[in-house]
Design a binder for this molecule. Structure first.
Ligand code: NIG
Ligand code: FE
Length: 423
């Protein structure tokens, strides 16, 4: 009998989402690796045993035994693309968009992301922290145990570093594990509106280097990667500007991510894949040829149907075609004040099933194991496997398909993060 910290028993389905290494691609995404009447044993925050309840109970002993009573137990969700550190809201813009205003027109008119930049610049780090903690709490309640957070509402050296400091404080104080991403090229700052290249020069000459220095002296260094992201889009950054930023970032040691093909195809997908990006995100306007390139690469395609849903759009990224072509597809909420004010991966899954024609098993893998690989944590998070962090969600249902079938409420009963019950 092995002594351990916690055992969860009698899961109707213990959904492991395990891949045995690497993200799942194509038809592999149809398998969630269910164990009927499953159980998990946890020691020191990590998974030490997985099997049927009848196998785990005789092998492990713990003071805390949780009886899942016929519910689904699955890995905690990983949300690989969020913008949750910001001040204020965009409620006025919400009404403008309902009345027909266009997202990119609002942005180029000095609103949208820029209106959040104004509020974020004038907020203190403490104010930003307080507002962001409540967003992380909502994500945890929806079953997310790991997420990525981008900067990008500072758009100057000082405010971007303030955002990075807030991200570090959130990681230290909140159960959700965080991976930081530097997105200084999120929008063109108002003071550089007429000449964005001056700002791109500043990013390449100084801001990326100071962000990298911040990372190497932060508690993240050596534990999680640090990414550089760029919004390659009409009204944001051109292909050439994106290339300069990505190339400089790569040279410094950053991992690469890119917002591409959200509205217009500027060629950003091919560019980012060529630089070995960990992920390319949005992909609403990606071409068939680029989908083939993605399938041939190690880059993960992150689709974000919450953005289309929130924008009232009828067109969604063709995630069905991507999976059928053999791509590794991940799913995110994009939680942000403008294009996707949504903390819930189950909601993103529900939309992906209906509007992107993905099956419940595919969206579950997309929001767990593939999402973990999209932020460089696939070896340690994103599935229920021996040695991985004990990040588990007990769902209030007995079949994993129910998680993306019922929508509008929360399917989550309990969340266990690193072996500790935190919701
Ligand atoms: O992923 N496209 C750029 N960035 C975000 C939106 C951020 C915002 O509107 O504040 C996105 O959709
Ligand atoms: Fe985004």
């Amino acid at each position: 009998m092995q002594d351990c910290q916690l055992i969860v028993i009698h899961a109707a389905e213990l959904v492991t989402c395990d891949s045995g290494g690497g993200p799942k691609r194509g038809a592999e995404m149809l398998s969630v690796g269910s164990i009927r009447d499953g159980a998990v044993a946890v020691a020191d925050g990590r998974i030490v045993g997985i099997g049927k309840t009848s196998e785990i109970l005789p092998a492990f002993e713990a003071d805390t035994v949780i009886n899942a009573q016929g519910r689904v137990v699955a890995p905690g969700f990983v949300d690989p693309h969020t913008h949750i550190v910001y001040a204020g809201d965009r409620l006025d813009e919400f009404e403008m968009k309902i009345r027909g205003a266009d997202y990119l027109e609002i942005l180029t008119g000095g609103g949208g992301i820029i209106s959040t930049v104004r509020k974020t610049r004038s907020a203190s780090a403490d104010e930003l922290f307080e507002q962001s903690v409540s967003r992380l709490d909502k994500m945890l309640a929806c079953g997310t145990t790991v997420c990525e957070i981008k900067t990008g509402y500072g758009l100057d050296a000082e405010s971007e570093l303030k955002m990075l400091d807030v991200i570090a404080e959130l990681d230290k104080s909140h159960p959700i594990d965080i991976v930081p991403t530097f997105l200084a090229a999120h929008a063109v700052p108002p003071e550089h509106k007429g000449d964005p290249d001056v700002y791109v020069d500043e990013i390449c000459a100084a801001m990326l280097a100071s962000a990298w220095e911040w990372y190497t002296s932060s508690h993240f260094y050596g534990r999680v990667p640090f990414y550089c992201d760029v919004f390659c889009e009409s009204g944001a950054y051109t292909l050439d500007q994106s290339r300069r930023i990505i190339e400089t970032a790569r040279g410094l040691g950053f991992g690469i991510k890119a917002h591409v093909d959200q509205f217009n195809n500027l060629g950003g997908s091919r560019l980012a894949i060529g630089y070995g990006a960990a992920s390319i995100d949005h992909l609403d306007a990606i071409s068939g040829g680029e989908i083939a390139d993605l399938a041939d690469s190690d880059t993960i395609g992150i689709v974000i149907p919450t953005e289309n849903f929130n924008g009232g759009k009828s067109h969604y990224a063709d995630a069905r075609k991507m999976i059928d072509a053999g791509c590794a597809v991940a799913l995110s909420t994009d939680y942000n004040p403008g294009s996707a004010p949504c903390p819930s991966q189950p909601m993103a899954m529900a939309i992906a099933c209906r509007y992107q024609k993905l099956l419940p098993a595919e969206v579950l893998n997309a929001a767990t194991i593939n999402a973990a690989y999209a932020i460089g944590l696939g070896q340690t998070h994103g599935s229920i496997a021996v040695g991985k962090s004990a990040d588990l969600v007990i769902f209030d249902c007995g079949d994993h398909r129910q998680i993306s079938y019922e929508f509008g409420g929360s399917p989550v009963k309990n969340v266990i993060k690193s072996g500790i019950i935190c919701y």
